[in-house]
Design a protein around this ligand. Structure first.
Ligand SMILES: *[C@@H]1O[C@H](CO)[C@@H](O)[C@H](O)[C@H]1NC(C)=O
Ligand SMILES: *[C@@H]1O[C@H](CO)[C@@H](O)[C@H](O)[C@H]1NC(C)=O
Ligand SMILES: *[C@@H]1O[C@H](CO)[C@@H](O)[C@H](O)[C@H]1NC(C)=O
Ligand SMILES: *[C@@H]1O[C@H](CO)[C@@H](O)[C@H](O)[C@H]1NC(C)=O
Ligand SMILES: *[C@@H]1O[C@H](CO)[C@@H](O)[C@H](O)[C@H]1NC(C)=O
Ligand SMILES: *[C@@H]1O[C@H](CO)[C@@H](O)[C@H](O)[C@H]1NC(C)=O
Ligand SMILES: *[C@@H]1O[C@H](CO)[C@@H](O)[C@H](O)[C@H]1NC(C)=O
Ligand SMILES: *[C@@H]1O[C@H](CO)[C@@H](O)[C@H](O)[C@H]1NC(C)=O
Ligand SMILES: *[C@@H]1O[C@H](CO)[C@@H](O)[C@H](O)[C@H]1NC(C)=O
Ligand SMILES: *[C@@H]1O[C@H](CO)[C@@H](O)[C@H](O)[C@H]1NC(C)=O
Ligand SMILES: *[C@@H]1O[C@H](CO)[C@@H](O)[C@H](O)[C@H]1NC(C)=O
Ligand SMILES: *[C@@H]1O[C@H](CO)[C@@H](O)[C@H](O)[C@H]1NC(C)=O
Length: 476
């Protein structure tokens, strides 16, 4: 009943007061730029990757700070920190991507200060603007961010993801692609153990070849890598990662998308609250993260029903934006909640003036925008925005979660069958828990290879210093 009415009123509004739209706030989720392969940890943002995120920052500057979709009341040139929220997990590639983006978003503005003594001081680096990138860290416990940890510590999400490895989709493909992956062995046997070149490691095999295709003009046995083979390698990796990140009938594995939804709602709520209070703050939130989070969010909001391409791993420097806007006349003050709407935009790879983000309908509908209440209810169905909620959904009751496990008797999470799930978990992949998810699988594989052969020169000590699975999990 409601959607048609909403769509109608949207149409009539658009017709009566054309181009009266005002953007009130934006929340973005952004993938990092081009990087070095995981097989040569620590991974770094490359020069190409830096250029990609910088260009994206320039594009969004022209869209949201200076252009016709300018966010109402946001500073154009000189950053005002209270208007922004920039977050990224503790990870070199993601933190660097955030900084590269900001350099394009708020370029340098030279400023000269006159001191009490009369001396003049001018800012270094032509007035490079200093914008903090806040961290979203496992266990860092910023209640403010509602983000306690990534999926690697969420018990039920791990179990759910691991169920993919026992699904018929997976076992069928593992079997049917054996000879295809065998044909790739000469390309990657310098890095991978032969027995690991299977669908089980679809993403990491793809990752290595993809990076080499971009950066190395003399990749091993490149005659094997025809266009159709490359396409197949990528498509198989897409299916593998999607299966780990989302399952319609078992959504628990999408915890990172649930947390992102929680952050979006919390931030947009703050945008609205501060707007109503007449404050000029909380206008633009941006978070840098992994493709697995994109996937979980896409699945939870049914974007794959709008376009099956959403089941393909987004390219480097891809971005999605949620625009909070209104068509109401603002002369009477901040619009009421009924006049607020949200639309979803996505751009695959670096957004530029000549290749701009496109609007897609959320929640399997067909409207280009949804009302704020439909949006917050829609996301609210799965959003995780508090630690308590996280603990319950994840079935965790120890550590930080102990505080919420009191009573026990009528708390569903404490009665869940942890031991039963645990069996699944260890059965899935010998010794390696598919945390979020494959990446841990992958890291384990690489570690095994490094220890068993290939990389004998690398000492175990050095390997240990190369980052935890959590670090790896966000470098997608
Ligand atoms: C990444 O940078 C570090 C130094 O910051 C370097 O040791 C490492 O080899 C680089 N990784 C690659 C794959 O180039
Ligand atoms: C959640 O539970 C799992 C398994 O018991 C544990 O490994 C993980 O550290 C817990 N996470 C937190 C934040 O307590
Ligand atoms: C999705 O979950 C259902 C129910 O748990 C399961 O039957 C199916 O195999 C799963 N699919 C994938 C791809 O994991
Ligand atoms: C794997 O595929 C072969 C044929 O390619 C088939 O004979 C065999 O039964 C399959 N095994 C499984 C476990 O599906
Ligand atoms: C990789 O495979 C090629 C072709 O089969 C072979 O010549 C080469 O020795 C192999 N390299 C390693 C490191 O196993
Ligand atoms: C190609 O082979 C060399 C040496 O065997 C190895 O170091 C390199 O990683 C291989 N390239 C790929 C893409 O596997
Ligand atoms: C490119 O690939 C060749 C052949 O595998 C390898 O010898 C070389 O080290 C690679 N170069 C880089 C920069 O990775
Ligand atoms: C393979 O794809 C590349 C880039 O997409 C294109 O330039 C090239 O012509 C294609 N090669 C063949 C044989 O189709
Ligand atoms: C948004 O704010 C309203 C009141 O201002 C509150 O009732 C609601 O719980 C908030 N929702 C979220 C997701 O923070
Ligand atoms: C993004 O592009 C990749 C290919 O580069 C494709 O596999 C994927 O499906 C695309 N995703 C979307 C949402 O368009
Ligand atoms: C993109 O467009 C904006 C305004 O439409 C313009 O200011 C900017 O210079 C353009 N950027 C590039 C790289 O062309
Ligand atoms: C726990 O497992 C037992 C049997 O192993 C089953 O009877 C019970 O329903 C399960 N409880 C939950 C909450 O899954």
């Amino acid at each position: 009943m409601q959607p048609p009415i909403a769509a109608l009123s949207l149409l009539s509004l658009a017709a009566s007061s054309q181009a009266a739209e005002t953007i009130l706030g934006v929340y973005m989720f952004h993938r990092h730029g081009d990087r070095t392969p995981k097989s040569l940890a620590p991974t770094n943002l490359t020069t190409l990757g830096y250029e990609q995120v910088y260009t994206s920052g320039q594009y969004y500057r022209s869209r949201y700070l200076t252009g016709s979709s300018k966010i109402r009341g946001i500073n154009e040139d000189l950053v005002k920190l209270s208007q922004l929220s920039v977050t990224a997990p503790v990870d070199n590639v993601l933190q660097s991507s955030a900084m590269g983006f900001l350099q394009g978003f708020y370029p340098p503005v030279q400023s000269v200060q006159i001191l009490a003594s009369g001396d003049k001081v001018s800012a270094p680096m032509d007035g490079y603007q200093l914008i903090p990138v806040n961290t979203l860290a496992t266990g860092a416990g910023s209640e403010d961010a509602g983000w306690l940890q990534d999926a690697t510590t969420c018990f039920n999400a791990k179990t759910s993801s691991n169920n993919y490895f026992t699904s018929s989709e997976y076992t069928t493909l593992l079997n049917s692609t054996k000879s295809f992956y065998s044909s790739l062995i000469p390309v990657v046997n310098g890095t991978f153990n032969e027995k690991d070149v299977t669908y089980k490691n679809a993403y990491i095999v793809y990752d290595l070849i993809n990076v080499a295709e971009i950066h190395n003009s003399s990749i091993n046995s490149s005659q094997i890598l025809t266009n159709s083979t490359l396409f197949q390698i990528r498509t198989l990796a897409d299916g593998h990662e999607w299966g780990l990140a989302y399952n319609e009938t078992d959504q628990m594995r999408s915890i990172s998308g649930m947390q992102l939804a929680g952050e979006i709602l919390t931030y947009m709520n703050r945008t609205i609250t501060s707007g109503k209070a007449g404050l000029s703050s909380n206008k633009f939130g941006i978070q840098f993260g992994a493709y697995a989070t994109f996937f979980s969010f896409f699945g939870l909001t049914s974007l794959q029903k709008a376009n099956p391409d959403f089941m393909g791993v987004p390219d480097y420097a891809s971005s999605m934006a949620l625009e909070l806007f209104t068509n109401a006349d603002l002369s009477g003050g901040y619009p009421s909640n009924d006049d607020l709407q949200v639309r979803f935009l996505f751009h695959n790879g670096t957004a530029t003036n000549t290749s701009e983000p496109v609007v897609y309908p959320l929640f399997g509908g067909n409207a280009d925008a949804v009302s704020w209440s439909d949006f917050s209810n829609g996301l609210g169905k799965f959003a995780v925005s508090t630690t308590e909620d996280w603990c319950h959904k994840c079935g965790n009751s120890t550590g930080t979660c102990a505080a919420y496990a009191t009573g026990g008797s009528n708390n569903p999470s404490t009665t869940s069958n942890n031991s039963g799930n645990g069996q699944h978990m260890s059965a899935a992949i010998g010794g390696v828990i598919g945390a979020f998810v494959t990446l841990a699988v992958v890291l384990g594989t690489l570690l095994a290879i490094m220890l068993l052969g290939g990389f004998r020169l690398v000492s175990k000590k050095n390997l240990a210093g190369r980052g935890t699975p959590e670090t790896a999990a966000v470098k997608a």
